[in-house]
Design a protein around this ligand. Structure first.
Ligand code: UD1
Ligand code: CA
Length: 462
């Protein structure tokens, strides 16, 4: 078996994106564009090389240590880009993938490589038959055999009518590729070294050129500008949802549901309309994700229920917990099993023990809350003194009355009670009641006297 090197071309300027960021770092359904060819490359390559622009260290970092990156200092075209990878490539088969074609599937690429190997070809192209070939390189054939590729800008009117296009995906025999690349000249409308010209050079020398056509032309859609980014994303999004539905997730309204490529969801979970789930999020089975929820980089256990409009970022929610409607879990929140976090409750960097409840209108920050604790409406951990953050610890079974202010640092012992409206500044021992209120004043008959006073005619000086 010959070794397979995958070369990913990712050094293009991406001018049409009008961005300060390299094109391949733009995200599509949560993954940078370069992540898509990389994922395919990893399933079949012995060696991976990415051709990057200068100052794109981020691409190398993202790719990881098993991938070689070579820099193309001047962007002189796709042929010049491929040439930069020469030293990093081995003998055997070279598979070229563009960095900007994220809808390609591993199945298609495997089929291409198998065909190339079986035919013993010098080059095998992946082509697509499309309705609007505008902008792409056209595949020219004679008696069915590929003779060359001509770019849109260099094509005659007749050639422009051809609707079989080159996808920029190729397999090459390394022994044939490098000498042919050396012959490529920038004699075209753009003055660039085109990798596509290798096809014509090889065909003229009598080498065997093969072509495989993608079954679904959508796979060959490239991302050159932001409109194409959105169009490609719409297709990728639908693929993600289809995949989830096939694995047992109910998506009530696919058209209004945005779920990223990085998300996993267990069977029998129901996702309501208008939901966003992104980042490295794992959701268990039999959960309910209500309308308007926005979940980022969070882990949610089985049978958890998110009522409408919960916002979660970097949170862990254990099984059978109940959230919302309208709660906000900011980073580093851990909600224990069967706990309940209700309306207008905000949490930050806190652990809530199993079975504990904060059903309405509370702020809990930098706190460790035990099991089966009840936090009343309007209770607040005052964690910030204007300079530093302080911690609050609340023991199991404690009861925090409504509108209590817990001024941190503070420890409330197990089973303690905090009276409603109290401002608590000192630790409360286990089992105690802490109360901090001014005594209530009752003035008998006061209201009656006031009304009588108001009825009297006003004195002239008033
Ligand atoms: C290219 C093909 C075209 C094909 C189309 C498919 C050429 C000359 N044309 O055109 O036949 O139909 O893809 O989408 O190859 N790149 C570099 N360095 C460079 C230039 C480009 O690394 O100097 C990279 C880009 O980052 C990109 C890929 O090569 O990933 C393709 O370049 P792009 O400029 O997008 O080529 P197209 O005009 O799309
Ligand atoms: Ca392109």
């Amino acid at each position: 078996m010959e070794t397979l090197t995958v070369v990913i071309l990712a050094a293009g300027e991406g001018k049409r994106m009008r961005s300060r960021q390299p094109k391949v770092l733009h995200r599509l359904c949560g993954r940078p564009l370069i992540g898509y060819p990389l994922r395919i490359a990893r399933t079949l390559a012995d060696r991976i090389v990415i051709v990057t622009p200068p100052n794109a260290d981020e691409v190398a970092t993202l790719a990881g240590p098993d991938v070689r990156t070579v820099v193309q200092r001047e962007r002189l075209g796709t042929g010049h880009a491929a040439l930069q990878a020469r030293e990093a490539c081995g003998d055997g088969t070279i598979l070229v993938l563009p960095g900007d074609m994220p809808l390609l599937t591993a199945d298609t690429i495997e089929r291409l490589v198998r065909h190339h190997t079986a035919a013993g070809a010098a080059a095998t192209l992946l082509t697509a038959v499309v309705d609007t070939p505008y902008g792409y390189g056209r595949v020219l054939r004679q008696r069915g055999r590929v003779t060359r590729i001509v770019e849109e800008r260099d094509a005659t009117d007749d050639q422009k009518k051809i609707n079989e296009i080159g996808t920029s995906v190729y397999c090459f025999d390394a022994r044939k590729l490098w000498p042919a690349l050396a012959e490529v000249r920038p004699d075209n409308e753009q003055g660039e070294h085109y990798l596509t010209d290798v096809v014509g050079i090889l065909a003229r020398s009598g080498a065997r050129i093969e072509a495989v056509t993608v079954p679904d032309a959508a796979e060959a859609l490239g991302v050159n500008d932001r409109r194409q980014l959105a169009a490609v994303a719409a297709i990728q999004r639908r693929r993600i949802l289809d995949h989830l539905m096939e694995s047992g997730v109910t998506i009530l309204d696919p058209a209004s549901t945005y779920i990223e490529d990085t998300v996993t969801i267990g069977a029998d979970t129901v996702v309501y309309p208008q939901v966003v789930i992104e980042g490295a999020t794992e959701i268990g089975g039999e959960c309910v994700i209500g309308s308007g929820c926005h979940v980022s980089a969070s882990r949610i256990g089985d049978r958890a229920r998110l009522k409408p409009y919960c916002v979660l970022t970097d949170a862990v929610v254990e099984e059978e917990a109940e959230l919302g409607p309208f709660c906000h879990l900011r980073p580093q929140v851990h909600i224990g099993a069967r706990a309940r976090i209700g309306n207008f409750v905000e949490l930050k960097k806190s652990r809530i023990g199993r079975g504990s409840k904060a059903p309405h209108l509370a702020y809990i920050g930098d706190a460790t809350v035990g099991e089966n604790v009840n936090i009343g409406a309007g209770a607040i951990t005052c964690n910030y003194d204007g300079q530093a953050k302080h911690e609050t610890k609340i023991g199991d079974q404690a009861f925090i009355g409504t509108n209590a202010s817990l001024v941190a640092p503070l420890t409330i012992g197990e089973g303690a009670y905090i009276g409603s409206g109290s401002v608590i500044t000192k630790d409360v021992p286990p089992g105690a009641l802490a109360l901090e209120r001014s005594p209530q004043v009752v003035k008998d008959g006061w209201a009656q006297r006031r009304r009588a006073q108001q009825k009297r005619p006003a004195a002239p000086e008033d």
